[in-house]
Design a protein around this ligand. Structure first.
Ligand code: UDP
Length: 244
């Protein structure tokens, strides 16, 4: 092996990747699209191959969102629990896709369901990461009225991650929706407070506040870009850093 091959290509040791449930549905508009799940699993593997310890939080919006259920007359907390269960299905799909390509993975749920996956026990999850297993944190925070963005920030703090990588459909945070406005401007860096004041919709306000209070950087990048996740960890490509 040459000297170059042993040079670290990333300064990150442990990170959390947050993706929405919708990232798993491909062009179907609903549910899980296995080829898309496999594509994202390969992106995760390419970073795992660098020796980076990886936590993941996947939303549930491709299956069920509590707010949508309550807007249609469901009791809100019940609808939120259904949303949390949706995230468990997505986590299991990701575990299956990762293990098919040889990446050992544990699904760790905030709501215990022993026959399906492990309950969340912080020390045990840390041990999995040290053993280079990908940990997919499922069932959000385990509490209604929260989102998986907040769950991602919570788990990233608990696991001492160096940053949250938020994989989206666009390559960063813009001053307005770049899909609707051709003159939208992307920020290279923006503060937590600017995101909150300008209602930029990077993550919900409680997630941003929790990241701010613990100085946890949020890096927003495009998950649609092949090799994008690995590139961003190496400091390449375009992205936005939300910082203090
Ligand atoms: N949810 C919840 N508590 C949590 C995390 C999620 O009640 O800690 C519910 C909530 O109803 C939410 C749904 O799970 O709408 C799916 O999560 P989210 O909307 O964050 O998914 P995403 O938009 O990222 O796909």
């Amino acid at each position: 092996m040459s000297g170059d091959e042993t040079k670290p290509v990333t300064r990150y040791r442990r990170v959390l990747l947050k993706i929405s449930g919708e990232a798993l549905m491909g062009d179907q508009g609903f549910g899980l699209h296995p080829p898309t799940v496999s594509r994202i699993a390969n992106e995760v593997k390419s970073v795992h191959d660098l020796g980076v310890e990886i936590c993941m939080v996947i939303g549930g919006g491709n299956i069920f969102r509590g707010l949508a259920g309550s807007a249609q007359g469901m009791e809100r907390t019940t609808a939120d629990y259904m949303g949390m269960l949706a995230t468990v299905m997505n986590a299991l799909a990701m575990q299956s896709a990762l293990e098919q390509i040889g990446v050992f993975t544990r699904v760790v749920s905030a709501i215990p369901m022993d026959q399906v996956c492990e309950p969340y026990i912080r020390r045990r999850a840390v041990r999995h990461l040290e053993k280079k297993r990908v940990c997919v944190f499922a069932a959000g925070t385990g509490n209604p009225y929260f989102t998986t963005d907040t769950a991602a920030t919570l788990r990233a703090n608990e696991m001492s991650c160096e940053a949250i990588f938020k994989g989206t459909k666009v390559d960063g945070v813009y001053d307005k929706d770049p899909k609707k406005h051709s003159d939208a401007v992307r920020y290279d860096r923006i503060t937590y407070d600017e995101v909150l004041q300008q209602h930029l919709g990077v993550m919900d306000a409680s997630a941003i506040a929790l990241a701010r209070d613990n100085s946890l950087p949020i890096i927003v990048f495009s998950l649609d870009e092949p090799g994008g996740f690995r590139g961003i960890l190496a400091g390449e490509g375009t992205y936005t850093t939300v910082h203090g």
